[in-house]
Design a protein around this ligand. Structure first.
Ligand code: FAD
Length: 518
């Protein structure tokens, strides 16, 4: 079964890393590592997981040279480690060369197409970046020359040498080389089509194609049905005398942190829960913002706006309100262009004198946002809820308002500069750029967020990120708000005046319940 909370299971051919194994396994390792840092609540990570799993299966025999790992940054215990490794969005892929010393030695790997093939090629390219500290188990990947081939059997105690002739941009040769790295008595080298002497010597006319050299001086064309990686690999593994090496490293299963499943917290859909809201504050300020060790420029501005609207409009318990106001005051007073997160953290945990006691719990408790599985709902659900609440509260405290876009602008900035689901942030920014500036009243702001959220719901309905126990529907459903729904000429329409009344009642302090808060 799946790891508690994670998207991957011990049955997958990759290493499930945890806070206590991350550095020990990945740093100072004799193999390179490619690690996916993900958050189980992030829909795009859920989409990406099958690709990552397929990649891991595809390159599992490359393991002594390169290992694949995953770390769930949404797990409380792992969050500090993700910060230390500089993870600011999900999923993030980082390649660590063999013998990497520090968390920042990881190189970000881009994965625009999300195809197994392009990721696999990316691994090859990154392996080639090793210079003096080549991973000991990784065979040479550079193209072979005439001199090297001529002296090969004197220098290497193997029976066979397979030469893969290919064009410069082909990966087949290097992939077969890595596929065969655990096999004894055979070596594989790529030869470029531009290496004219070798091409002529072995009568090669098409690329890719392969030639097998034997240490008795004979050679033959490798006959395969299709000139492709899996066919060459299969052919070579069948050769007499070629065996899988006894040194095959078996990857010891990592000890898993056992988490006891949380008891189900019954929630009522017609209510808003303070536990969700306070958990959103904790997660946003203590985890998402903490991923940036220094806050400057637009990001610092976004943080200030976010905290300012929280201080003004968050209808929290008195000690939470005091806390938000003191954080806001502190942020207003910082002089200079940047704030180290460490300084903010002292304020958030009140290790500075004269500020409110540490109020944010060190944990999250989802109630209205609880999912049927740990990777459903949770934080993104609570962030929506928080911002709906803030847009509605701004309609009730117009005296305090600096304009109709105050809360929406703060949300836009927060999502853009901090929200870990980067794909979500891109989509949201698209919607904001399209129409947010047309909002001209605080009421319209609350309705704008409601209607954009419904667009997101429509887009995500039926996808694998949908919790089957909480299907994505247009909200509020008929049973929550009958007057919100109307029919005109046989078509469903929203009664926006009724929706606004409903939003104001739903996201009001009177409808916020304290169940499961401590
Ligand atoms: P959510 O959609 O999170 O809603 C939370 C709660 O808000 C609901 O339970 C309901 O009580 C209430 N609600 C629902 N609809 C409305 C509404 N229209 N108005 C007011 N209240 C409402 N996931 C992706 O996979 N792809 C994305 O591109 C993406 N973009 C996102 C952008 C933002 C800014 C955020 C905050 C999240 C995004 N997500 C995205 C996550 C996704 O929208 C959900 O938050 C997540 O899948 C959890 O869904 P949920 O069922 O808990 O309900």
């Amino acid at each position: 079964g799946a790891q508690p909370g994670g998207l991957y299971s011990p049955a997958d051919p990759l290493v499930l890393l945890q806070v206590d194994t991350l550095e020990r396994r990945v740093l100072n390792s004799s193999s390179a590592w490619l690690v996916e840092f993900y958050a189980s609540w992030c829909g795009h990570c859920v989409h990406f997981a099958p690709t990552w799993r397929a990649l891991a299966a595809d390159v599992q025999e490359w393991r002594p040279a390169v290992n694949l790992g995953v770390l769930d940054c949404a797990e409380m215990a792992n969050q500090k480690a993700c910060g230390k490794f500089g993870i600011t969005g999900f999923p993030t892929l980082k390649f660590f060369k063999a013998f990497s010393k520090n968390p920042d030695d990881g190189m970000k790997v881009f994965h625009p197409g999300n195809s197994v093939e392009s990721l696999r090629q990316s691994i090859v390219i990154h392996l080639e970046m090793h210079k003096e500290t080549w991973p000991p188990a990784c065979p040479p990947l550079e193209p072979a020359s005439m001199e090297e081939i001529q002296g090969f059997f004197q220098a290497n105690n193997v029976t066979y040498l397979a030469l893969i002739f290919e064009k410069n941009d082909s990966f087949v040769g290097r992939e077969v080389t890595l596929d065969m790295l655990q096999y004894e008595n055979v070596a594989v080298r790529r030869v470029l089509s531009s290496e004219e002497e070798l091409v002529k010597k072995y009568n090669v006319t098409t690329f890719p194609s392969a030639v097998l050299l034997v240490n008795n001086g004979t050679f033959c064309r490798i006959q395969v049905q299709i000139e492709a990686r899996s066919f060459y690999t299969h052919y070579l593994r069948q050769l007499p005398g070629v065996t899988q090496g006894s040194s095959t490293p078996t990857v010891a299963p990592d000890v898993q942190i056992k988490t006891t499943p949380m008891p189900w917290r019954p929630a009522d859909r017609s209510k808003v829960y303070m536990a969700d809201l306070e958990s959103a504050l904790h997660y946003a300020l203590r985890i998402e913002v903490a991923r940036f060790s220094v806050l400057t420029g637009e990001r610092l501005k976004a943080l200030k706006s976010f905290v300012a609207v929280l201080a003004k409009y968050f209808p929290g318990r008195p000690f939470v309100q005091n806390f938000l106001r003191s954080v806001n005051r502190w942020l207003r007073n910082v002089s200079g262009p940047s704030v180290p997160y460490r300084a903010l953290e002292l304020v958030l945990t009140n290790r500075k004198e004269g500020l409110a006691p540490a109020v944010l719990s060190n944990n999250v408790t989802w109630v209205g946002c609880q999912g049927s599985k740990p990777h459903f709902r949770g934080y993104p659900c609570s962030l929506w809820t928080l911002f709906h609440l803030l847009t509605v509260q701004a309609t009730k405290h117009r005296r305090l308002s600096t304009g109709p876009l105050e809360v929406l602008g703060a949300m836009r900035g927060y999502v853009r500069w901090f929200f870990g689901c980067r794909e979500c942030a891109k989509h949201f920014e698209g919607m904001a750029a399209e129409s947010m500036d047309q909002v001209s009243t605080v009421n319209e702001a609350a309705l704008w967020l409601w209607s954009r959220h419904n667009r997101v719901n429509a887009r995500l309905a039926g996808t694998e990120t949908e919790d089957p126990k909480f299907p994505k529907r247009q909200w509020p459903p008929l049973d929550l708000c009958p007057p919100c729904h109307d029919m005109v000429n046989g078509r469903h329409v929203w009664d926006e005046a009724a929706v606004l009344r409903f939003l104001k009642a739903h996201f009001s302090p009177a409808n916020i319940f304290l169940d499961f808060t401590v």
